[in-house]
Design a binder for this molecule. Sequence first.
Ligand code: SF4
Length: 210
Amino acid sequence: MERREFIKATAIGSGLVFCPRLVFSQGVPLPKTQSQLDETYHKARYYEKLADGVVECHLCPRRCRVSDHERGYCGVRENVGGEYYTLVHSRVCSANIDPIEKKPFFHFLPGTSAFSIATAGCNINCKFCQNWSISQFRPEDVNHFSLTPEECAQYAFKSGSVSIAYTYSEPTVFYEYMYDCAIAASKIGVRKSISRLLLKNIITKYVGVN
Ligand code: SF4
C-alpha cells in the first residue's frame, strides 16, 4: 500500500476531517423512501433529460451523461429515476473563519475574514491536492453537518466575516448550494457589514475601546 493510500484509509477509519469546531454527523444516508429522498437529496439544477432516463449534467465541462442510480464523475450528483439530485446541498464537511488573504486575496477587502465552507467531492483529480481527504471522497464517506443557506449567512454575519468563501474542494460541484448561500447572505447584508467592521476598527484605533 502506498503512503498516500495508507493515510487516506486511516483518515476515513478515524473520521478525520478538517474542521473540528462543529458537530459532525455520519455521511449522507442513502434514501430508502420518497420522504427520505426529498429530505436527503436536493433537486439539481443545470441538467438536461435525455432518452432512456439518462441525464446530462451541465455544471462543468465534463458534461457527464448519467444513467439511473449512477453518479457523475464528481460523485456528488446522482440520477434517481431520471431526475438529477445533488447530495451536498446544505451538507458542509469543513467550515472555518479564515483571513481573506488565505484565499488568497491581497487587494480585496484586506484585513477582513471570510467564512469559508466546503462540501465533499470534486470534478477534478489533482495529484497535489492538499484537501484530497474531502475532495476525492463521496459525501457518504465524509463526516458532515447540516448548514442551510440561511444558517450559513447567519454564521458569516455573526462571525464578523464580510464575505463567504466556497473553498477547499471545487465549488462548481455544489453550485446550487453556493448560489442559495449567496442569495441568503445578500438578503441579510453580510457584505454590508463591512461598514460595521470599519466603524469598530476606527473606534478601537482612535478611542481605544474594543
Ligand atoms: S459537476 Fe460533476 S456530474 Fe456535473 S459534469 Fe461536472 S463532474 Fe460531471
